[in-house]
Ligand binder design. Structure first.
Ligand code: RUQ
Ligand code: CUA
Length: 765
C-alpha cells in the first residue's frame, strides 16, 4: 500500500514541476459594475475597499498590538487590512502556543503568582512599544494587567512573553504600561487606593492609611528584562490615579498622571451613603500629578526611599520637601493624559467636561522655578494654579477621553465617548477641525506611531466599547469593534469595521511593519522563555532515555516526519521528564507534541527545546503524536508511551512487526529511490542555476533540503547491510526511509523553486 502511495506521489511530483511552469489563462470575468450591483456597493464603499484591501500574498504597512482585555492576551493585526495575525499569550494559558503547558512557559506564568496563588487570567489594558529616542524601535512590547497589578515583557524577536513582574506595593493599577523615551523605565500608576504593601486598614482611616502611587520599573535593555531591584515607586495621595504618560524631548525626566477622585470618597451605598459615582465626581476639578521622576530616581539611589515589601518607595514627605511631585487642577473626572510629539504640551480630557485641556510644560516649569503655588494639599504637595499651567481649552464634544497625534504638526485626534465621535483638532491654536461619527462609545483612539515623537499619520483606529448592531448577531455577548479611519486627507473617512472576538481591547499601538525583524528559527536547543540553551537540548543521533530509580528523563527530537524516541516504556508511578528539541531550520516548520490523557501539549518552533513533566500514575498504552500538520507523513509522526502496571510480569512474546517484505520489494524500492534522485537533481539544477543565495528564504530552504539528503547515506548503509544479511524486511524499510528523506528534500526543493519563480529569478548570477 505504501508502495502504491509512493508511486502516485512521484508521478504527482513530476506533474507539479510541469504545472508550475504553465501560464494561467483568465476566464470570462464579471465587470466591476456587475459586482457593485450584485453586492449593492457604492462608490464610497469601493474607495474604502481599495484603501484597505491587501491583495493575496502582499503584506500590511503597519502592525497593531492590541490589548486582549479580559482574555489576558495581546492581539496582533495588520493595518490597513485589519487581518488578525497572532494572539500573544501573556497572562493566561493558551494551548495553541502551549503557553502554560511546557515547563518553560509555566515558569513565566509562575512569576505572576500572587500570595501563593495562581492567577490564570489578566485584564490587559495598555500595550507599550519600546522606544529609542522617543520613537518605536520594534524590540519589545510591554502590557499591564489592571486586575492584578502586573506588567509583562514580550520580546518582538519571537513575539513571546519573557517575564511577568508583580507589583509588591500596590493593590491595583491602571495607568501603565508607558515607556520613557529610551525605554529605561516603564511606568505603572495605581488606580484604587489601598494601604501600601497589602496590609489592612479600615475605611475610616482612608485619608491617613490609604495611598496611591506610581511605580517606575527599571528596564534592562541588554537583558530584555525588568530589574525589580533597581525599580522604585513614588507614594501619592489616595486620589484614584488614572492614566499616565512620560514626557519626551524637552519634558523627558518628567511624567504626568491623572486622578479622578481627589474627593477621596469612600462609598458605601449599602450603608445608605451616596455611591462612588456621585462622591467621586462632586468637585469641578481633580489633580494632574506632575512628577520629576529623574529626581525621584536620584533620591532613591541616595538612600532616601523606604522599603515596602523589600521594594523602594519614595514617601510623600520626601517628595514634598525635594520638589518631586506637583499638583495642577484638571477637568472633572479626567481620563487620558497624552504628551504631544514635541514634548511641549500635555493634553488632558475629562469625561464630564466637553473641553480638552492643553497644559504647557514650559509654563509649569516656570511656576515651579518661581515657587509660585496657590497652596498645598493635605499631604503637603504644592499646587500650581490652573492659569499658570494652562495653554488652552478646546471644546471638542461630549466625553473626550484619549488623544493621539498626527504627522502634521499641531494636529491631534481625540475620542469622544458620549458623542461616539472622533475629533480632529489643533492643539497649538486651539481649534476644532473635523469630526467623524463612530459606532458606538469609543474608548481609546490610536494613530500610527501616534504617541511617539514621530507620528506617521495615515490611519487612526477607533476602539469602540460596543458593537451592538454592527455585525451578525452571535448571542448576547457581542464582539468589540475596531474601526479604521483614513486621516491622510483633510476630511476623515471611515474605512472598515473589524470585530474583535477576544475580550475588550482597551488600547492599541501600531508600528511601521518594516521596523520589526522577527527571527525565523531559534539557535538549536533554545529555551525560548529564558533565551538560553536548554539543558534538555538534544542533537540528532544523541536521543536517549535515562532511568534513575523512579525518574525517567527523555532527551528527544522532532523532525519531519518522526519523533525520536518512538517508544517510551516506563513503570507505573515513574516521574517523567521529556525534553524535546525541534531540529528543523526551515521557516514555519513547527512540530507539536501531545500524550493523550496526560494533559501534555507542546508547540515546538524550529530550534526550540521544550520540557514536559508528569507522573505516569495511570497504567496503559498512550499514543503520542505531533499536533501540527507538518508534512505529508504528519500522521506517521507518532509514538507510544507504555506505562506498565505495578507488579506487571511480562510473558515471553516474539515481536512481529506487521507486513514482511521480500527481496523483490526491496529492489522495487531501490529503483524508486533512483527515480526520485533524478527529480531531485533536476530541481537542484534549476535552483542552483539561479542566484538563489540572494534570497534568504530560498537559501534557507536549500540548507534544509541538504540536511534531509545528508541523512540518506546512513539509512542507505543500513539497508545494504540488512540486504547483505538477507533480512529483506529491514532492508526494504531502511530503503524506504531513504525514500522518505528524498521526498522531504524534494518537497522543500520544490518550495524553493516556486519561490524563485514567483520572484522572477532568471538563470545567471
Ligand atoms: S482606559 S477607555 Cu483602561 Cu485606557 Cu481609557
Ligand atoms: Cu510534525 Cu506533524
Amino acid at each position: 500500500m505504501a508502495h502504491n502511495g509512493n508511486r502516485r506521489w512521484i508521478r504527482g511530483f513530476t506533474a507539479a514541476i510541469a504545472i508550475a511552469s504553465m501560464a494561467h489563462t483568465a476566464g470570462a470575468a464579471e465587470s466591476l459594475q456587475d459586482v457593485m450591483k450584485r453586492r449593492q456597493l457604492t462608490q464610497e464603499d469601493l474607495m474604502a475597499a481599495a484603501k484597505t484591501y491587501v491583495p493575496s500574498g502582499k503584506r500590511d504597512e503597519f502592525l497593531a498590538f492590541s490589548s486582549g482585555g479580559q482574555s489576558g492576551q495581546v492581539i496582533v493585526y495588520g493595518i490597513p487590512s485589519m487581518r488578525i495575525l497572532k494572539y500573544i499569550a501573556v497572562f493566561t494559558p493558551e494551548p495553541w502556543q502551549a503557553y502554560g503547558y511546557d515547563e518553560e512557559s509555566k515558569a513565566v506564568l509562575n512569576q505572576g503568582r500572587m500570595n501563593g496563588r495562581d492567577i490564570t487570567w489578566g485584564d490587559t489594558h495598555h500595550p507599550a512599544l519600546s522606544e529609542t529616542n522617543g520613537d518605536y524601535d520594534g524590540q519589545f512590547l510591554f502590557i499591564n494587567d489592571k486586575a492584578n497589578p502586573r506588567i509583562a515583557v514580550i520580546d518582538l524577536r519571537d513575539f513571546e512573553t519573557k517575564q511577568i513582574v508583580v507589583n509588591p506595593v500596590f493593590q491595583s493599577e491602571h495607568g501603565g504600561a508607558f515607556v520613557s523615551q529610551n525605554t529605561d523605565w516603564i511606568m505603572e500608576a495605581v488606580q484604587y487606593a489601598a494601604p501600601l504593601g497589602g496590609s489592612y486598614a479600615p475605611l475610616e482611616e482612608f485619608n491617613d492609611k490609604y495611598r496611591g502611587g506610581v511605580t517606575y520599573w527599571k528596564f534592562d535593555r541588554t537583558r530584555g528584562r525588568i530589574d525589580p531591584s533597581g525599580s522604585f515607586a513614588v507614594e501619592l495621595p489616595p486620589y484614584s490615579q488614572d492614566l499616565s504618560d512620560f514626557g519626551k524631548l524637552g519634558s523627558d525626566g518628567w511624567s504626568f498622571t491623572n486622578s479622578f477622585c481627589s474627593e477621596r470618597y469612600v462609598g458605601g451605598i449599602e450603608r445608605g451613603r451616596p455611591p462612588f459615582e456621585a462622591g467621586c465626581s462632586a468637585k469641578d476639578t481633580d489633580y494632574l500629578h506632575v512628577v520629576n521622576w529623574r529626581k525621584a530616581a536620584e533620591l532613591v539611589a541616595a538612600g532616601r526611599a523606604k522599603k515596602v515589601n523589600g521594594f523602594s518607595v519614595l514617601m510623600m514627605d520626601v517628595s514634598a520637601a525635594e520638589g518631586v511631585v506637583y499638583l495642577v487642577p484638571e477637568p472633572k473626572s479626567p481620563h487620558g493624559v497624552d504628551v504631544t510629539p514635541d514634548g511641549k504640551y500635555i493634553t488632558v480630557s475629562g469625561k464630564l467636561d466637553t473641553h480638552t485641556w492643553v497644559y504647557s510644560f514650559e509654563k509649569i516649569q516656570a511656576a515651579i522655578a518661581a515657587k509660585k503655588f496657590t497652596g498645598k494639599d493635605d499631604y503637603g504637595l504644592p499646587i500650581i494654579a490652573l492659569e499658570d499651567a494652562l495653554h488652552t481649552q478646546v471644546p471638542l464634544g461630549l466625553g473626550p477621553l484619549h488623544t493621539q497625534y498626527d504627522s502634521r504638526p499641531g494636529i491631534a485626534y481625540t475620542s469622544l465617548y458620549v458623542d461616539s465621535m472622533v475629533a480632529k483638532w489643533d492643539y497649538v491654536n486651539g481649534k476644532l477641525i473635523d469630526r467623524i461619527p463612530v459606532h458606538y462609545n469609543i474608548g481609546h483612539i490610536m494613530a500610527m506611531h501616534g504617541d511617539t515623537v514621530k507620528p506617521r499619520g495615515k490611519y487612526v483606529v477607533a476602539l469602540n466599547k460596543l458593537a451592538i448592531d454592527r455585525f451578525n448577531p452571535v448571542g448576547p455577548l457581542h464582539p468589540q469593534n475596531h474601526q479604521l479611519i483614513d486621516v491622510s486627507n483633510d476630511k476623515m473617512q471611515m474605512l472598515y469595521d473589524m470585530p474583535v472576538p477576544l475580550g475588550e481591547p482597551h488600547y492599541v499601538v501600531a508600528i511601521d511593519a518594516t521596523l520589526l525583524k522577527p527571527i525565523i528559527r531559534y539557535p538549536a536547543g533554545t529555551n525560548s522563555r529564558t533565551d538560553e540553551i536548554s539543558p534538555g537540548k538534544t542533537r540528532p543521533g544523541e536521543e536517549k532515555i535515562v532511568k534513575e530509580g523512579k525518574k525517567v528523563t527523555v532527551f528527544g527530537t522532532e523532525i519531519r516526519s518522526h519523533i525520536t524516541p518512538e517508544i517510551i516504556e516506563v513503570d507505573q508511578g515513574d516521574e517523567i521528564t521529556i525534553h524535546l528539541t525541534n531540529l528543523e531550520r526551515a521557516e514555519d516548520q513547527t512540530h507539536g507534541f501531545t500524550i493523550g490523557k496526560y494533559n501534555v501539549n507542546g508547540s515546538l518552533e524550529p530550534g526550540k527545546t521544550a520540557t514536559f513533566k508528569f507522573t505516569a500514575d495511570q497504567p496503559g498504552v498512550f499514543p503520542y503524536y505531533c499536533t501540527e500538520f507538518c508534512s505529508a507523513l504528519h500522521l506517521e509522526m507518532q509514538g507510544y508511551l507504555l506505562v506498565k502496571p505495578t507488579g506487571y510480569k511480562p510473558t515471553a512474546v516474539t515481536a512481529k512487526a506487521g507486513t514482511q517484505y521480500t527481496q523483490a520489494d526491496y529492489e522495487k524500492q531501490i529503483q524508486q529511490n533512483a527515480d526520485t534522485q533524478k527529480v531531485i537533481d533536476e530541481v537542484v539544477a534549476y535552483v542552483t542555476a539561479r542566484p538563489y543565495k540572494n534570497d534568504p528564504m530560498v537559501s534557507s530552504l536549500m540548507d534544509d533540503a541538504t540536511d534531509q539528503l545528508g541523512k540518506v547515506p546512513e539509512a542507505k548503509q543500513k539497508a545494504e547491510a540488512a540486504a547483505a544479511a538477507g533480512n529483506w524486511s529491514d532492508a526494504m524499510l531502511w530503503a524506504n526511509q531513504v525514500y522518505q528523506y528524498q521526498v522531504k528534500a524534494a518537497d522543500i526543493g520544490l518550495r524553493a523553486k516556486t519561490r524563485l519563480d514567483q520572484t522572477g529569478a532568471t538563470p545567471g548570477n
